[in-house]
Design a protein around this ligand. Structure first.
Ligand SMILES: Cc1ncc(C[n+]2csc(CCOP(=O)(O)OP(=O)(O)O)c2C)c(N)n1
Ligand SMILES: [Mg+2]
Length: 615
């Protein structure tokens, strides 16, 4: 099935009868729905509610449930997470609609994740009649709030509650323009019932929406480029910190190639981050250390050995430097001897409520430009310059090294073994990893192109995994890539109901749950506290383990129309079970494997967590 056929097959679900006939009357929400279509929004995830029943009707009976097509979700958090996952792969916003204050409260954590991940999203909300004279008794009073947008204003780029249909259209155009201007982010438009349900005497005048698009990005300052080139060309051991090169979204092939070309031209080593989408080939000889959530000792060594650092919107540059150098000069700690070139526009969304701007890094040259534009400009300026060739370091470790702890042939499955068996079962299929669990070690899987790994969720909000995987798999449907999300049991269980949307709309997806029957990350924290206080570490599992009864994770998938395999506990059967899952996905199914793994994190992850705590 080719990509177009697959997408078309999905859109044949939930076809309305008698739709798309010329309407005898026009309503406010018809004009709003039309605006979504004009903007090219293909999907709208939602959980229904009377506050947007007008818009719901327009989407179904005026637009015929196409462009956008509804994706019904069982929870608002899933609705936003699915939109987030889709936007990570496509770099474009999808819409999500959530009911009044209650739906917005359910959605809020996922909105925060999208905010922290710099991901565009058009969140449509609604309120009961704002005019009290028209408010229905009881329910509409509960579901009407003064300044509803205040619930999430601290972590959206823009919000509005327009008071007329024409103003609603303007609001949506502005909101999408802002959402798609890097650094991208979620925006929220709250539609009053009255506005949706008012009869329109005449359609709104036609508007060319292409005139309201995001502005072109500014080019890097040539003077700064010249200074940066000087610094990099004369550096003895430059290091590129490859962070968010296209916000939290997957970047393009061209940007990928440019980063490699820049590194090779300068003999510049590179580090990558498992929190960001793949940005540099991890098996390239210049890739200095396995990507990780927390800074590893190997990463710190590479940083300490560098005389010039080129940060491409590296997430938490200050914290990474602090871990490497053992202190922060801002607080009277160690000096940072390396020169720092920063390429980041993130400052545009830094404000007071959320501290997701992280620490304040030093910058000797600060480009307030997108990383890809800076890399392009540096390459262009360097192309004429002869630079003494530097010897390439020895190539990196082979692709799949079993995780530390248990051997690959050991009696208990660990996360490294899961990666290894997935690699074997997938053969030469192109795999897109949509999620790696906290227990992952960056050395157990190589990324060789931008679509190989989409990065983490931005806000570290557990429960983002299933929804984001569904959204990303929707974006990859028909692409020929195998969408695989590997996630913790805690992450899976918090939002397992997102899978129903994938089953219903036939979005193929493979989920491997590395099930340690615990919110294990926090067992480590309890152990640490117990040690600090000389109390029994044996109790670390209390209030953390998910046992007695153990949850049947495969059954929870089957209950929603997905394929469920497992529990798989034997290393000998793991590869065959994953192969069975891959076959199911290739037949169009959603398949979940419940893989019982040993509790514990990859040694590199555990060491990095401990180091981060100390500094
Ligand atoms: C919404 C939310 N609640 C709680 C946490 C705290 N937390 C961080 S990791 C974690 C455990 C996740 O469990 P699982 O996905 O099974 O991964 P494991 O640690 O077992 O490998 C928890 C509860 C969080 N980050 N987000
Ligand atoms: Mg767990």
């Amino acid at each position: 099935m080719d990509r177009n056929e697959a997408v078309a097959a999905g859109s044949e679900i939930e076809r309305p009868v008698g739709a798309a006939a010329p309407p005898s009357s026009l309503w406010g929400s018809d004009a709003i729905a039309e605006t979504l279509r004009d903007l090219g929004i293909p999907w709208i995830t939602l959980n229904p509610g009377a506050s947007f029943r007008g818009l719901h009707d327009s989407l179904v009976n005026y637009l015929g449930n196409r462009q956008p097509q509804m994706l019904l979700c069982l929870h608002e958090e899933s609705a936003v997470a699915i939109a987030h996952g889709w936007a990570k792969v496509t770099g474009r916003p999808m819409a999500a609609a959530v009911h009044s204050n209650v739906g917005l409260m359910h959605a809020s954590m996922a909105v925060f994740d999208a905010w922290c991940d710099r991901i565009p999203l058009l969140l449509i909300g609604a309120t009961g009649h704002f005019d009290a004279a028209r408010r229905r008794p009881w329910i509409e009073w509960i579901h009407t709030a003064q300044d509803q947008g205040a619930l999430i204003r601290a972590f959206v780029k823009y919000d509005d509650q327009p008071a007329s249909v024409a103003a609603a259209r303007e609001s949506i155009l502005r909101a999408v323009q802002i959402a798609t201007t890097p650094p991208m982010g979620p925006v929220y438009i709250n539609l009053d019932v009255l506005l949706q349900e008012q009869r329109l005497e005449a359609p709104l005048p036609k508007l060319d929406v292409s005139r309201y698009r995001a502005p072109a990005p500014p080019a890097p300052d040539p003077g700064l480029v010249a200074r940066a080139v000087e610094l990099l060309a004369s550096a003895k051991s430059p290091l590129m910190l490859v962070g968010r090169c296209a916000g939290g979204a997957v970047g393009g092939e061209e940007g990928w190639r440019a980063r490699v070309a820049l590194a090779e031209k300068l003999g510049m080593r590179a580090l990558t981050d498992i929190k960001a989408p793949a940005g540099f080939p991890t098996d390239h000889p210049l890739h200095a250390a396995a990507p990780s959530t927390f800074s590893t000792p190997e990463m710190a060594e590479a940083i300490k050995g560098a005389d010039v650092l080129l940060s491409l919107d590296w997430i938490d540059l200050a914290g990474t430097l602090r871990t490497a150098f053992g202190g922060d000069p801002v607080y009277g700690g160690a000096a940072i001897p390396a020169k720092v070139i920063q390429a980041s526009i993130d400052q545009h969304v830094h404000h007071g409520w959320s501290k997701d701007h992280m620490g304040l890094p030093p910058a000797d040259i600060y480009f307030l430009n997108e990383p890809d534009a800076v890399v392009r400009a540096l390459l262009a300026a360097l192309s004429a310059k002869a630079i003494a060739a530097k010897a390439l370091p020895a190539a990196q470790a082979p692709p799949v090294r079993p995780a530390d702890g248990a051997a690959a042939k050991g009696p208990i499955i660990d996360v490294g073994m899961v990666a290894q068996r997935l690699r074997a079962a997938a053969g030469n299929r192109a795999v897109s990893l949509l999620r790696t669990p906290l227990s992952w070690g960056g050395h157990i899987w190589h990324f060789r192109g931008p679509q190989d790994y989409i990065g983490f969720d931005g806000g570290a909000g557990i429960g983002s995994g299933p929804g984001m995987a569904v959204g990303a798999a929707l974006a990859l449907r028909g692409s020929g890539r195998l969408p695989v999300a590997i996630m913790g049991d805690g992450d899976y269980l918090m939002s397992v109901q997102a899978l129903w949307t994938a089953a219903h709309y036939r979005i193929p997806l493979l989920i491997l749950v590395v099930n340690n029957r615990s919110f294990f990350n926090d067992e480590i924290h309890q152990e640490r506290v117990a040690r600090m206080r000389s109390r029994p570490v044996e109790n670390r599992w209390i209030g953390q383990r998910i046992g007695e009864p153990e949850v049947d994770l495969a059954q929870m998938a089957r209950a929603q129309g997905c394929r469920g395999i497992g529990p798989v506990s034997e290393p000998a059967t793991l590869e065959a079970a994953i192969a069975e899952g891959i076959r199911a996905v290739e037949q169009g199914q959603v398949c979940v494997l419940d893989i019982r793994v040993a509790p514990g994190y990859d040694a590199s992850t555990a060491a990095a967590m401990a180091k981060a705590e100390k500094k």
